[in-house]
Design a protein around this ligand. Sequence first.
Ligand code: KIV
Ligand code: ZN
Length: 511
Amino acid sequence: MLKKIIIFDTTLRDGEQAPGASLTGREKLEVALGLVRLGVDVIEAGFPISSPGDFNSVRMIAQQVKGVVICGLARSLNKDIEAAAAALKPAKRKRIHVFLATSKIHMRYKLKKAESEILKIAEAAVKYAREFSDDIQFSPEDASRTEPDFLFRVVETVIKAGATTVNIPDTVGYAQPEEFGSLIKAICNTVPNIHKAVIAVHCHNDLGLAVANSLAAVRNGAGQVECTINGIGERAGNAALEEIVLSLRTRKGYFKGILTSINTKEIYKISRLVSKLTGFVVAPNKAIVGGNAFRHESGIHQDGVLKKRRTYEIISPEDVGFYGEGLVLGKHSGRHALSERLKQLGFVLNNDQLEQAFSRFKELADKKKEIFEEDLLSIVEEQMKGLPQVWSLAGLEFCGGTSVKPRATIKLKNKDKTYTASSSGDGPVDAGYKAIEKITKIKAKLLDYSLQAVTSGKDALGEVSIKLEIKNKEVPGRAASTDIVEASVKAYLNAINRVLFQAEKSPAIRL
Ligand code: KIV
Ligand code: ZN
């Protein structure tokens, strides 16, 4: 039998409580609209009494966000409930979420109240909230550390008072999965009117168990899970929405037909949005949305994935909206991955060529953490014994002296056509470079220039090495000649031909 779990997203309330995560009203609205596209059932938009800013953003979301239940948090105080009701007023479907601590430690030290008083306050708060909405959620804060018998009485009381959802928070992330699952089962089996309300869970991640505890609760009767995007929230955070949803989806059999209404293809996008707006970087190894979650570097894994993706991938990256490159080329990669990537770049190498390219690749990978497209292109350039000569030097004249401004005339060939341009400059090399720029129309900045004699004697061969900046990319160029101006001009053309070759081979490099 299929059962739908309600996904209650609290990124904008508990998530935003994370130190340093504060969002503006506009940013909250942007996240809320993303959550609607994601398909969550309830958005907890904020805690309206906590500040005018929070009130206004809950109100703006209540006005503008359609198709989901909008929820506002309130302590068990009339002024909080009134503020939540006022902020939520424009929403078509609204929920007031009332909470009150029920554990011994909270009642004694924080609230300084006895059990009987807590029961009365909770009951009155729920009844008062019902005057503003039919959809009322009650949370006995620190439920997992509350005496079970007292917790059962609280739950029964608030349902009788009109709560339609009772949320069992593991406020300090103290519970263990089996224990938490048993608590939910005990609530289902013990509270006589439990069938009149949905049981929700809200787990914190202090021991890294928020998702495990939430899933254990689902297996034992919880009908709603509270969670946040990327797991952000107070202290170590809340249960991560993406992890819960993907566990339920990936292990359908284990969870016996439990579904959610989440459109998983939206997950990656909203994860990036929340990360960008809060400034909380997602760790590369974070499950589902981390940058490395779908990337394979080891040769054995890459070979397996290329043969059959499911060997090392239990989730398809596209299913969560991740379209990045899955195979990372680095020192652990093998021939199979290298030849596949080269094929994608348009190079089909025979076995000998591949062997040579692979050994160059390994040498480079020992020096660099990751091998990018440009690196592969330069390996292939070497393989091809030289770059295709888009522009080649057909003639060069220059004049200068102590009393004449240096001037160069350059003749270049491209396919069957010859182009000529002249320019003056600070020296013959500078004048030559300016003339080349006139012909090729490629804007370049000279970052580095060095000249070295590679043979000895008066007719020594001079090798010029330069570095140009073209479209924010550094491109090297090298050439040798007995004439140093000619070597300089040819080195410049070598850099330009390299960048043209790379632009043709890689769509990422555009001129
Ligand atoms: O962690 C908690 O107990 C809460 C409640 C307000 C539900 O955030
Ligand atoms: Zn919380």
